[in-house]
Design a protein around this ligand. Structure first.
Ligand SMILES: Cc1ncc(C[n+]2csc(CCOP(=O)(O)OP(=O)(O)O)c2C)c(N)n1
Ligand SMILES: [Mg+2]
Length: 542
C-alpha cells in the first residue's frame, strides 16, 4: 500500500526526486504545506526578507548550476513581489519554478485574504503558468513544471496552489520518474552543410556566442568549433568565459571592429537585442551575412543565410565536423588581435588611476587582483558594473552573474546567496552600486541567519551614475539622480551581524578584502568612489 501525503508533501517529493535541494521562500500560511513537505524531504529551506530576493535566488541558482531553481511565495503580495524576478528570468531564459499560495477555491471570488488571480499577472512573465486543481495532480504537475522550465528555450514556470487544495491528500507515487528534458529537434543536415560552406567561403567570419550556449551546456562544442574553423569569437551574457581571455581567438575589445567589418556573423545562442544593436548598422555591417544557431528563432529579426534551430549542442558538434579543413583567415585574425591589443592598452591606464576618491575602474582592478580564479562575481549596479563587466574577465563560464538585458537593480543579493549555496567552497563577491545596494540590503540579514558568506563591495559614488551622467549630457540637467554621500552601508551590514569597513584609498582595498573574507561573515566593503568618473559609453542603452 502506498503511503499518502498532502499536496505540499507531494510537491516536495517530486522536487526531491528531481534533485532539487534548496527552496527559497518567505513565510505565509498559504504555503505552509510545501514548507513542511520540504523539510520532511531533506530540502534546505532558505527564508528571505523579501519575495523578490527569494525569487532572484531561484534564478541565481539556475544561472550558476543550470539546474531549475525553486522558490515558494505566499498568495497575493508574495506572488506580486516575485513578479519582477520572473520577468528577469524570462528575459534571461533562466529555468526556474515558482510555487505560489492561493486563496481557497471553496470561497473563490468572495474576497478571501490575499485573494488574487495570479495567472492574469504572471502569464506574460513565464513560459507556463497554471493553478493546481487537486492533490492527485500535484506530483505530476510539479515534475512537468520542472521539465518545462528546463526544456527547449528554458525559462520560468509558475504554479499556484489554492490553500484548500494544498491540504488535500493523495497517494505518494512509488516510481522514480526520470526527468528527461526536451532539447529541441536535431539539426537539419542540409542547413549545417550550407553553414559550413558559408564559413569556408568567408574571408572575415566572426562568431558571437550568447547565453543559449550556457543553457545548452555546449561550451566544449563551441570551443571545438571556434578552434577547428579558426574563427574569432566574441561573447555576451552567460557565454562570458567560454574561451579564456588570452585565447588567440577570443576578442572583447575588438568586438566593435569584428562585428562592423565581418562578412559573416555566426550568432550562436545569442539574441539580436540592444546589446548587439539589433543586428543593425553601424554595429553590424550593411552587407554582412548572418547564420543563426539557436534553440529557436527568438529575436532573429534580420534575414539570414541559414537558421539552424533546435538542439544547439548537437548543431555545434555537427558543424565542427562539417567545417574541418576550412581555409584559415589568419590575416583577419591578426587584424583583430591588433585592435584587441590597442583596447587592452587603454584599459590598463584606467586600471591604475590612483588617489582618493577611488576611481571605479581602479576599484574593479583591485577586486580582480584579489579574486580567486574560480570566484563567482555578481554584478548589481549601473556604471560600476559596466566598469566591472569590461575589466573583469573569467577563465570559465558561470563565474560572472549579472541581471542581463532586463537590468533589474537589486537582483544581486539573491543571486549571490544562491551562488554561495550552490558553490560553498568558492569566493562569492557581490559588486554593488550604492543605488543598487538599497533595493535588497536586508538580505544581509538572510546571509547572517543562514551563515552564507557573501562579500559585497559597494562602489559608493553618491549618485545614480548611469542615469546622472547621460541625463546631464543629453538634457543639460539631472533630476532625481543623487544619493547621500559617504553613506555608511558598511554599518548597515555590521548592524545586521556582518562585517563592514569603509575605505577611501585604493591601497586599502586589497587588505580590506583580506580581512572581510577572514571574518567568516557576510561583509560589506564600502568604497568611496569618484562621482565624476563616467563610464566611457559609446551609445545610450535603449
Ligand atoms: C529596478 C530598477 N530601477 C531603476 C533602474 C534604472 N537604472 C539603471 S542604472 C541606474 C543607476 C544605478 O546606480 P548605482 O547602483 O549607484 O550604480 P552607479 O551607476 O552609480 O555606478 C538606474 C537608476 C533599473 N535598471 N532597475
Ligand atoms: Mg552610484
Amino acid at each position: 500500500m502506498a503511503d499518502s501525503g498532502n499536496t505540499g508533501e507531494l510537491i516536495a517529493l517530486a522536487l526531491e526526486r528531481a534533485g532539487v535541494n534548496h527552496l527559497f521562500t518567505l513565510n505565509g500560511a498559504h504555503i505552509w504545506p510545501v514548507l513542511t513537505g520540504a523539510v520532511e524531504h531533506g530540502i534546505r529551506v532558505v527564508d528571505f526578507r523579501h519575495e523578490q530576493s527569494a525569487a532572484f535566488a531561484a534564478e541565481g541558482w539556475a544561472k550558476v548550476t543550470r539546474e531549475c531553481g525553486v522558490a515558494a511565495v505566499t498568495a497575493g503580495p508574495g506572488v506580486t513581489n516575485a513578479a519582477t524576478a520572473l520577468a528577469q528570468a524570462k528575459s534571461n531564459d533562466s529555468p526556474m519554478f515558482v510555487i505560489g499560495g492561493r486563496a481557497p477555491v471553496a470561497r473563490w471570488g468572495m474576497g478571501s485574504l490575499q485573494e488574487m488571480d495570479h495567472l492574469e499577472v504572471v502569464r506574460s512573465l513565464t513560459k507556463h503558468a497554471m493553478t493546481l486543481e487537486s492533490a492527485e495532480d500535484a506530483y505530476a504537475a510539479t515534475a512537468e513544471s520542472l521539465r518545462t522550465a528546463s526544456s527547449r528555450r528554458t525559462g520560468p514556470v509558475f504554479m499556484d496552489v489554492p490553500i484548500d487544495v494544498f491540504f488535500g491528500a493523495a497517494d505518494l507515487p512509488e516510481a522514480t520518474e526520470h526527468l528527461s528534458v526536451d532539447l529541441g529537434p536535431p539539426p537539419d543536415h542540409d542547413l549545417i552543410q550550407r553553414a559550413a560552406r558559408l564559413i569556408r567561403e568567408s574571408e572575415r567570419p566572426v562568431i558571437v556566442a550568447g547565453g543559449g550556449v550556457w543553457w545548452a551546456r555546449a561550451e566544449k562544442e563551441l570551443r571545438e568549433l571556434v578552434e577547428v574553423a579558426n574563427v574569432p569569437l566574441t561573447v555576451n551574457g552567460m557565454a562570458r568565459g567560454m574561451l579564456p581571455p588570452r585565447h588567440p581567438l577570443f576578442f572583447s575589445r575588438a568586438r566593435g571592429t569584428a562585428l562592423r567589418d565581418a562578412d559573416l556573423v555566426v550568432l550562436i545562442g545569442a539574441l539580436l537585442d540592444f546589446r548587439l544593436n539589433f543586428g543593425q548598422p553601424p554595429v553590424f555591417g550593411e552587407d554582412s551575412r548572418l547564420i543563426y544557431i539557436d534553440v529557436d528563432d527568438h529575436r532573429k529579426h534580420r534575414p539570414s543565410e541559414a537558421g539552424i534551430y533546435g538542439d544547439l549542442k548537437a548543431a555545434l558538434r555537427e558543424l565542427a565536423t562539417a567545417v574541418a579543413g576550412a581555409p584559415r583567415s589568419d590575416a583577419w585574425v591578426a587584424r583583430l588581435r591588433e585592435a584587441e591589443a590597442d583596447g587592452r592598452l587603454k584599459d590598463e591606464a584606467m586600471k591604475s588611476i590612483g588617489g582618493s576618491p577611488v576611481h571605479p575602474a581602479r576599484l574593479i582592478a583591485e577586486v580582480d587582483r584579489f579574486a580567486g580564479r574560480d570566484a563567482i562575481i555578481v554584478g548589481d549596479g549601473g556604471d560600476f558594473v559596466s566598469f566591472a563587466g569590461r575589466l573583469i574577465e573569467r577563465d570559465e563560464p558561470g563565474l560572472w552573474i549579472d541581471p542581463g538585458p532586463f537590468g533589474c537593480l537589486g537582483s544581486g543579493p539573491g543571486y549571490a546567496i544562491a551562488a554561495k549555496l550552490a558553490r560553498p567552497d568558492r569566493q562569492v563577491i557581490l559588486l554593488s552600486g550604492d543605488g543598487a545596494f538599497g533595493f535588497a540590503a536586508m538580505e544581509f540579514d538572510t546571509m547572517v541567519r543562514h551563515g552564507i558568506q557573501v562579500v559585497c563591495v559597494v562602489g559608493n559614488n553618491g549618485i545614480w551614475a548611469l542615469e546622472k551622467h547621460p541625463m546631464l549630457s543629453m538634457l543639460g540637467t539631472s533630476i532625481a539622480a543623487d544619493l547621500g554621500t559617504r553613506t555608511r552601508y558598511d554599518k548597515v551590514v555590521e548592524a545586521l551581524g556582518g562585517y563592514g569597513e569603509m575605505i577611501d584609498r585604493p591601497e586599502e582595498i586589497g587588505p580590506a578584502l583580506e580581512r572581510a573574507f577572514a571574518s567568516g561573515l557576510p561583509a560589506c566593503i564600502n568604497v568611496i568612489c569618484d562621482p565624476d568618473a563616467e563610464y566611457p559609453r559609446s551609445s545610450v542603452l535603449m
